[in-house]
Design a protein around this ligand. Structure first.
Ligand SMILES: *[C@@H]1O[C@H](CO)[C@@H](O)[C@H](O)[C@H]1NC(C)=O
Ligand SMILES: *[C@@H]1O[C@H](CO)[C@@H](O)[C@H](O)[C@H]1NC(C)=O
Ligand SMILES: *[C@@H]1O[C@H](CO)[C@@H](O)[C@H](O)[C@H]1NC(C)=O
Ligand SMILES: *[C@@H]1O[C@H](CO)[C@@H](O)[C@H](O)[C@H]1NC(C)=O
Ligand SMILES: *[C@@H]1O[C@H](CO)[C@@H](O)[C@H](O)[C@H]1NC(C)=O
Ligand SMILES: *[C@@H]1O[C@H](CO)[C@@H](O)[C@H](O)[C@H]1NC(C)=O
Ligand SMILES: *[C@@H]1O[C@H](CO)[C@@H](O)[C@H](O)[C@H]1NC(C)=O
Ligand SMILES: *[C@@H]1O[C@H](CO)[C@@H](O)[C@H](O)[C@H]1NC(C)=O
Ligand SMILES: *[C@@H]1O[C@H](CO)[C@@H](O)[C@H](O)[C@H]1NC(C)=O
Ligand SMILES: *[C@@H]1O[C@H](CO)[C@@H](O)[C@H](O)[C@H]1NC(C)=O
Ligand SMILES: *[C@@H]1O[C@H](CO)[C@@H](O)[C@H](O)[C@H]1NC(C)=O
Length: 787
């Protein structure tokens, strides 16, 4: 039973004391993991552990170089364990032939579409399974995206923890529904690539950068999406290269034992990032379960911090056998839970050859067996996500969608096919000619084909009877040499790219290859008809955005292998843009408050010198722009459509799970053992907010209705953001049609982390709930009060 309370805008300050008498019980059906099946797998593993001798136990927690995958765990046939094959990465298989290159996590986030994110996860999961990879090393939400210069932000989703949390949960649930183990990474604070791990500088061994994060910021920002991952039943987590508060993440007792196990109830295993283990007993006792890749370095395959040291450590008492058994328990339970012992494809025979080719180690005499084609019909979905993750930022005079026929000019080195091969080189600049479908490093992919923008535009133009003329050498465009162009096009499409890669942070937010000059030159010959399209792994500065002659802008992110088809669908209006920015684009890069730490000279060679104090606390991205009252160029959540939408005038709030106003501020839990995902009270619905949206334009389209919450500031600790995202819903409507939308806010969504009580607490007073189409377009709001 629940009471429904209507509150119109005019009476928004109205406070209710009427609550439902019934406490909304926690709904176990929400759990992704079947607890009794998990318990059965766990019992089975207990019996198996009893059969292992110490050497075997040590091998069970230590990766081996002897295998075909990027990470391998040896089999122990005697107990029915076939070993583990762990494969990169978060946007599909990295080292594989005949696999798909999916839109990046950032692109998926820009769709704000739960269903598409889930279908992306399912398609990736099917490919990992098809290749016989037991563990998908993804999804990533570390880095979260604290700094727009971060080199790996595109592998994850968004600097907003709520949006990232939803994306983590949807991805993990759909990957694991196929019996593939997911690995949520990189835990935690891996917010920069620069000196992410320890290395020798000027002869000194310099410790990795330390992310110094206060407790509240950790809980409300960086840990938040990992909590969603644990709640979604993720099988494994990967601890990160960096240190947190001066202790390596992979040997951090507070993070791995206290927070992950005791507080979040995580029952899976923690593996190290590759070569991120720094000790044996110390790491093991701090909560590291599996050392990857198991050996010491890329040149030393025989030594290990684990392996034989686990044996001697147990013998001399520095590691308890009980703890070792627990590590194996954690590693093996998901394997049996997901039936990987009886019902799993073998490792694709081409795996090793593809890996060798990637590292330039494959010679002509080597056997290169045919790989299994696992792509299925995923290209259709990839094309769809590529369009849905494209954000229309500017569209003067409704220049888009295009009409045909006409003379179409295509400019920029991101438009044509690549000339450097289908596997993007991992150098600092990317490569000059050819479109970018994905970024670099372990999250990259070996394209089995690429539909380039130029190719797709030509195909479309041929079909329409239009003409395409093009100039794709940026040096020539930047010089303003347009002799190759005749006649002047009716429309000029400028394709820009930004190479972003693991291992290096960005030194500029500007798109690559003289992009600003390229845009300005094209705009000067094509005034009022210039459309800029960016392919990028993150924020771009857009110094040309206000140029009156730049008529339309599309941020197309990294769309994956169907890039050209995805953008043609948007340009010609077969798909109405609905993507929204999952980050803030500043007018001036100096408006961002979170640069990369980059020490140089003598100061760089001091062991503990590399420390980043997260003194901005919760104020990253739009929260910072709100707090400092900085007007962005394009705000978080922003994105245009070829149609228009409007909301109904009122929001209604319904209260759940509140007993006669007697609400415990803290989420108390009577159980001793923490449920998976943490205190189950946190996941109970507390209020529901209803509104309706209508398509007021002339074409069908979709939009994302967003809900932001402002806490009652008087009862909040300092450093609380002005507002935070707490709900979003994608709605597709034909012209004139409308639809009701219901947002559910759980206890966690309405709480803050009380550092003293070490609990989530609901503050006293009026919340302001506002709903609209971006973080700065929130036309309707309502008050709500819990305490
Ligand atoms: C442990 O078992 C393995 C495999 O069965 C065997 O090769 C090894 O000798 C055993 N080690 C010990 C110390 O018993
Ligand atoms: C890091 O240090 C801050 C400040 O002392 C503290 O609030 C926080 O709990 C620490 N976190 C970890 C994981 O050590
Ligand atoms: C116990 O063994 C571990 C692993 O080999 C070693 O690092 C440690 O120094 C040993 N401790 C003692 C007290 O012998
Ligand atoms: C792809 O194939 C699966 C079954 O093989 C089907 O369920 C799905 O609808 C297809 N998807 C598309 C986009 O065609
Ligand atoms: C850090 O400094 C080095 C040396 O000056 C430079 O090469 C590198 O590009 C810088 N990185 C970033 C992200 O600024
Ligand atoms: C930018 O253009 C100049 C001259 O047109 C050229 O020398 C330079 O190499 C270009 N830089 C890049 C990054 O393309
Ligand atoms: C826009 O184009 C017009 C016509 O070519 C030109 O006069 C004007 O200077 C251009 N504006 C900018 C900002 O480049
Ligand atoms: C950006 O901000 C910096 C520092 O405030 C200022 O020097 C610079 O002129 C600004 N750039 C633009 C394009 O406004
Ligand atoms: C970070 O905080 C520590 C401890 O308060 C301080 O010693 C250090 O100087 C700070 N580092 C920077 C770069 O501000
Ligand atoms: C949008 O809704 C508001 C409030 O209901 C109304 O005042 C306004 O006229 C509507 N706008 C359009 C274009 O329908
Ligand atoms: C609620 O938040 C919205 C959006 O930020 C704002 O426009 C409105 O004035 C706020 N209402 C109250 C009562 O603070």
């Amino acid at each position: 039973m629940l009471f429904k309370l209507r509150v119109s805008i005019a009476t928004a300050i109205f406070v209710t004391s009427l609550y439902s008498k019934e406490t909304l019980a926690y709904d176990a059906a929400d759990d992704a993991i079947d607890a009794s099946k998990w318990a059965a797998a766990s019992t089975k593993v207990n019996h198996l552990i009893a059969k292992l001798n110490l050497t075997e136990k040590a091998s069970m927690v230590t990766g081996t170089a002897d295998g075909q995958c990027i990470g391998n765990l040896a089999s122990v046939e005697r107990i029915g364990f076939g070993g583990l094959c762990l494969s990169d990465g978060p946007q599909g298989l990295h080292l594989a032939d005949l696999a798909s290159v999916f839109p990046s996590g950032l692109t998926a986030a820009a769709t704000w579409d739960r269903d598409l994110i889930a279908r992306r996860g399912a398609a990736m999961g099917a490919e990992f399974r098809g290749k016989g990879a037991n563990v998908m090393l993804g999804p990533s939400t570390g880095p979260l995206g604290r700094s727009p210069w971060g080199g790996r932000n595109w592998e994850g989703f968004s600097p907003d923890p709520y949006l990232s949390g939803v994306a983590m949960q949807e991805t993990i649930r759909s990957v694991q529904a196929l019996g593939v183990q997911a690995c949520a990474k990189h835990f935690i604070g891996n917010e920069q690539e620069t000196h992410r791990t320890n290395e020798e500088i000027d002869g000194f061994d310099v410790a990795a950068v330390s992310a110094n994060i206060d407790d509240r910021t950790l809980h409300e920002v960086y840990l938040w999406p990992f909590a969603d991952a644990v709640k979604a039943g993720v099988a494994s987590l990967m601890c990160s290269y960096n240190r947190v508060n001066m202790t390596y993440s992979c040997e951090n007792d507070l993070l791995l034992n206290k927070i992950l196990r005791d507080e979040l109830g995580f029952e899976g295993y923690v593996m190290s990032d590759w070569f991120a283990t720094h000790s044996g007993a110390r790491a093991i006792n701090a909560g590291l379960d599996l050392s990857m890749p198991g050996y010491l370095s890329e040149t030393d395959f025989t030594h290990s911090y684990f392996g034989s040291h686990v044996v001697s450590g147990v013998k001399n008492g520095s590691i308890s056998e009980h703890r070792l058994n627990e590590m194996i328990q954690r590693i093996l339970t998901p394997y049996f839970y997901f039936n990987q012992d009886t019902d799993y494809p073998t490792i694709d025979p081409s795996s090793y050859a593809v890996t060798a080719a990637t590292y330039g180690l494959l010679s002509a005499e080597d056997l290169a067996p045919a790989g299994r084609d696992v792509r299925g019909n995923h290209s259709t979905l990839i094309r769809e996500i590529g369009s849905a993750g494209t954000v229309l930022l500017k569209n003067l005079n409704n220049i888009l969608p295009l009409e045909s026929p006409m003379v179409i000019g295509v400019f920029g080195n991101d438009a044509p096919d690549v000339t450097a091969g289908l596997l993007y080189p991992s150098n600092n600049n990317g490569f000059e000619i050819g479109t970018l479908t994905v970024g670099g490093g372990s999250g990259s992919g070996r394209n089995s084909y690429i539909v380039s923008p130029l190719e797709a535009i030509k195909a479309r133009a041929k079909h329409d009877g239009s003409r395409v003329i093009y100039l794709t050498d940026n040096d020539i465009v930047a010089e303003g040499d347009f002799k190759g162009i005749y006649p002047w096009p009716d429309i000029c499409l400028v394709f820009l790219k930004t190479w972003v890669s693991e291992g290096i942070d960005r030194i500029t937010l500007e798109a690559d290859w003289n992009s600003t000059e390229v845009v300005n030159q094209v705009a000067s010959i094509c005034p009022g008809k210039t459309v800029v399209i960016t392919h990028t792994g993150g924020v771009n500065s857009m110094p040309w955005a206000d140029n009156e002659n730049v008529t339309a802008i599309l941020a197309a992110h990294y769309p994956g292998q169907e890039s050209g088809n995805s953008i043609v669908d948007i340009l010609w209006g077969d798909v109405n843009p609905s993507g929204k920015l999952p980050y803030t684009i500043a007018k001036n890069t100096s408006d961002y408050n979170t640069p990369i730490l980059n020490l140089t000279g003598a100061s760089a060679a001091i062991s503990d010198a590399w420390q980043v104090n997260f003194t901005e606390g919760l104020m990253i991205d739009y929260r910072h722009f709100d707090a400092q009252e900085i007007t962005p160029l394009y705000e978080f959540g922003y994105g245009l459509s070829y149609t228009s939408f409007n909301l109904s005038t009122e929001l209604s709030v319904q209260y759940h799970g509140i007993v006669n106003g007697d609400v415990s501020a803290l989420s108390l839990d009577s159980n001793k053992k923490t449920p998976v995902g943490g205190n189950s009270d946190l996941w109970c619905k507390m209020i529901e907010v209803d509104t309706a949206v209508v398509n007021t334009g002339f074409v069908a389209g979709a939009t994302i209705v967003q809900l932001y919450l402002s806490y009652p500031m008087k009862s909040m600790p300092s450093g609380t953001p002005f507002k935070v995202l707490r709900g979003f819903e994608k709605v597709t409507l034909s012209p004139g049609a409308h639809q009701m939308i219901r947002f559910s806010l759980r206890r966690r969504d309405l709480s803050f982390w009380d550092t003293e009580a070490q609990q989530w607490r609901i503050p006293e007073g009026l919340f302001n709930i506002s709903v609209g189409f971006s973080s700065r377009d929130l036309p309707i709001s309502v008050s709500a009060q819990i305490l």
